[in-house]
Each structure stands twice: as C-alpha cells, then as structure tokens.
Design a protein around this ligand. Structure first.
Ligand SMILES: *Cc1c(COP(=O)(O)O)cnc(C)c1O
Length: 483
C-alpha cells in the first residue's frame, strides 16, 4: 500500500508557501490572547501543497474517471454543458429574495421544467420544491395524508410497501405518520397482488410502488394493482427514481399513479453521490395537484411568471425554491435531448442492462431471469460457490471499475444490482463483462485472491462498519504526530 504522507509529515520548519506583500499599513502589537504558539501548522512550499492535494483528489472515483454501474443510482455521464449553464451569473448569482420581475428568466426556466415534467410523467401538476428523492417521497405522503384528512378519512393510516422497495420508502411513510406494512414479491419479481388484495380495507391510505422495481423489472400487473387500490379508496404513490427506464416510453400518470417523485439527479444527469445536492420534484394527478407544496411557478401573462401556491397546499418542503442549480442542469439536459433523445436514452439504458445481464447470467445466477429494464439483480456468488458478493465487488476495484450496488434489494441473497446506463459504450460493457467473468474463474480457482481484494487500490480492504461509525474527516492532529 502506498501511503500518502500527511502535510504534517512533509513539514520542514521555516519553509514558506506564500510570499505576503510588504506591509503597507502601520504595524501594531497583537493582543497576546490572540496569539497561539501551539497551533503547529505545517510549513511547506507551494508546489508541495499543490501536489499533495492533487494526488489525493486523483484517488477519488467518479463517473468522470471510470465505469460506475451502481444500481438504482443511475450514475450516467453528466454533460459538461449542464455545468457551464448552471454557472452562468444570471442563474448562479441571483438571490432567492429578489423581486419576481428581476428574475423572470429563472422563473421561466422553473415554469418550463414543471411543464416538461408534467408531460414526461403524465401529471396535472408538478412542484420543484423537494431537495432529494427521499424528500419527494415524504412530500407525496404528506399530500396523501392531507387528501384523506380532507375527505373525512383521517383513519386511513396504513401504507403498503413491497419488500423490494428502497429503504427510504418505509422511512418516509413512518415520518409522515403512517404505519408501513410490507408486502412480498411473487415468483416473477412483481408485487404479490393477492397480498395487496388482502390488505385493501378502510385503513388503507395507499401503496408505494417503484416501477420498474429495484429488481429492474416492470410491474406486469400494474393496472390491476392500481384499480385494486383505488377501488378500496387508497392512493398510489410511484417512486420515480427508476424513470430512466421509462422516460419518453411510458407515463406513470397514464398507468394510474396519483403521485410520484422524480430524481432529477438520476434520470436527468445532474451530478450526485457523496451527499451532493439533489432534487426530487413531485408530480400529481388532477385530484392531488391542489395539495402540492408551494411555491410553484405560475404563468400570469405572455412569458410573464410569478410564484403561487396550489389551493390546498401542504406548505413548503424546503427553504426558498428548491435546489435551483439542479433545476438548471435538468432543464439543460431535457432541452438538449428533446423528446426523441430522452426516449432514445431510456431505450439504450434498457438495451445495455439486458446486454450485461445476458453476458453474466451463466456464471452469476439471475433469480428473476426475464427481460429487465434499465438494471438487473444477480447473485454475487459466481457459480453459486462460497465467494461472497462483497469479495467480487472488492476484486472489481482492481480492474478499475466501481462496484455495483450490493446486498440490495434484500430479497436476493448476495445481491449485485447492476445499472450500466445508456452513456457507456459497448467496449466499456465488454471490458466489464470480461472482468466479471475473469473474477468468476478466480472464485473457482483462487478464492483467496478475492477474499483479500482489493490488491491494487491505495487503501486495501477496510472495516466499513467501523469507518462509518467512527468517521475521521480530518488529517491527524499535529500533536498526535509529535510535531
Ligand atoms: C435513489 C432512490 C431513492 C431516494 O432518492 P435520494 O435522492 O437518494 O433521496 C428512492 N428510491 C429509489 C428506488 C432510489 O433508487
């Protein structure tokens, strides 16, 4: 392992990195309580500091440095023009408290984005307020609660959630004051419709459906499911994080979904990961649109816009106007691709996922082996052997690939969830397949190689639980190094 020395270890007393200009104001005596002798700052030249941080930055892995098939996260290429546009001073330097008439361009952008998301999702209204997918879920559930309360049915407090759902779903339902009840998946990877039928009574507030689900499978009986829930007075919420498979091809609103959040930072290529900014706008049917959080942008004349609040709004979900920079990026992405381009992206995302699925399925068992959408889930134990999904993931890092999502969804043992996205070339997918098949051979012939992986990375296998629980985000203190 090549250990990067810290700045403290590189420090040489008296070495200088900056040349302050000559003092041109009268000198004065600093109050002694402001002077500390023990701060032990490292002393280095400027090139040493530049090299140190640049070297550290290159140890990062991102979509701009390599293939990143992290299932459900849609780590697609973010076109650089999105970044240039988000940095335009007219967008980046405006203040959220400016008068409407001075920010008409920004409001026009938000208005058009609302309209396009309505069109893409098949909804009557959209609010751009939520700052993440999970916050979009919470928003939709609060709207669901307000809707039932407004119809004298506050007693409806059960939300059904399939066992393949993202962990944020039950968390959001609970935060919104509902009782989250799990429903199983059937043998084809769909929601077990009989389990839903059994739970359809006057306590049912609604169901949270992810379509395609986190197994990457299209919900085959979606219309029947929607009719069933609606028939018993419940609402259907759609988790739209997987819209990369459907955009331009099918509209959730047309399938009967009442409410859905979009993940702008997945489907529409705005960058994310590492806790960066997100955006989770919510779309709603005609019945639910009056409950959307405000402000929303309304058209008040020819190319003239103002902020308004839907009639029965649940209120704000976020300070000011959501994560505006993410809205600019999504707007640029949608405009650049247009209708045909968005549809083409969805189709190619599905094609790429199926290409990888078929290429791997002989060695990595695929439990629900049918045509997948933009991602698929296989078992990460090659040939059903004893090597674990985690070992395969760690070994993949030696080949320069980011590991897929692992151990999720929970219903597949040793799960690997692979989402190649449409932005990868066939050559990249082939290189990934080759690495995965070589790893399957290694699992058979030299399993220790995998159990001790990664071998090529700057840092070897970590205790991930401890790293998360005892997070150290600083360089070691000077004092602990005896400086
Ligand atoms: C990413 C994701 C979410 C949550 O979105 P965040 O923006 O990360 O909060 C919810 N559901 C599914 C299926 C997802 O993939």
């Amino acid at each position: 392992m090549m250990e990067e020395p810290t700045l403290y270890e590189l420090s040489v007393p008296g070495r200088l990195g900056v040349a302050p200009p000559e003092c041109d104001v009268p000198e004065t005596v600093m109050p002694s309580e402001l002077i500390r002798a023990d701060n032990g700052l490292p002393e280095l030249s400027q090139p040493e500091v530049v090299r140190h941080y640049l070297n550290l930055s290159q140890r990062n892995f991102g979509v701009d440095t390599g293939f990143y098939p992290l299932g459900s996260c849609t780590m697609k290429h973010n076109p650089k023009i999105n970044e240039q546009l988000a940095r335009l001073p007219g967008f980046a330097a405006i203040h959220p408290l400016q008068d409407d008439e001075t920010v008409q361009g920004a409001l026009a952008l938000m208005h058009d984005l609302q309209e396009w998301l309505k069109e893409i999702g098949g909804f009557a209204g959209v609010s751009l307020q939520p700052a993440a997918g999970a916050q979009g879920e919470l928003t939709a559930l609060l709207m669901m609660r307000a809707y039932h309360a407004g119809h004298g049915e506050a007693g409806r407090n059960v939300v059904l959630i399939p066992d393949s759902a993202h962990g944020t779903n039950p968390a959001s339902a609970t935060m919104a004051g509902f009782i989250a009840v799990e429903v199983p998946s059937d043998r084809r990877g769909n929601v077990d419709i009989e389990a839903v039928r059994a739970a359809c009574d006057d306590r049912l507030a609604g169901v949270m459906l992810t379509n395609p689900n986190t197994l990457g499978l299209f919900e085959e009986r979606i219309e029947e499911l929607v009719d069933l829930v609606h028939g018993s007075g419940g609402l259907v919420y759609g988790d739209g994080a997987n819209m990369n498979a459907l955009t331009g091809v099918a509209r959730p609103g047309d399938l009967g979904i009442d409410l859905m959040h979009f993940n702008l930072h997945k489907t529409f290529a705005t960058p994310h990961g590492g806790g960066g900014p997100g955006s989770g706008p919510v779309g709603a049917s005609t019945t639910l649109a009056p409950y959307l959080p405000g402000p929303v942008v309304v058209s008040v004349g020819k190319r003239e816009y103002a902020l308004g609040a839907p009639e029965k709004t649940i209120g704000r979900m976020c300070a000011f106007h959501g994560n505006f920079g993410m809205l600019v990026r999504a707007y640029a992405y949608i405009r650049a691709h247009g209708e045909a381009g968005l549809r083409g992206n969805a189709i190619h995302a599905v094609l790429n996922a199926n290409y990888v699925r078929v290429g791997l399925s002989d060695r990595y068992p695929v439990p629900f082996d049918r045509m997948c959408m933009h991602e698929f889930v296989c078992e990460g134990r090659p040939d059903g052997g004893s090597v674990r999904a985690l070992d395969v993931c760690k070994r993949l890092m030696d080949f320069g690939f980011h590991p897929p999502t692992n151990y999720f969804p929970l219903i597949v043992p040793e799960a690997l969830m692979i989402e190649p996205t449409e932005t990868e070339t066939k050559a990249t997918l082939d290189a990934f397949l080759e690495a995965m098949l070589q790893i399957a051979d290694e699992a058979r012939d030299a399993p220790e190689l995998l159990r001790e992986a990664p071998h090529q990375t700057p840092v070897r296998r970590l205790d991930e639980v401890r790293a998360a629980r005892e997070l150290i985000v600083q360089e070691p203190k000077a004092s602990s190094l005896g400086v």
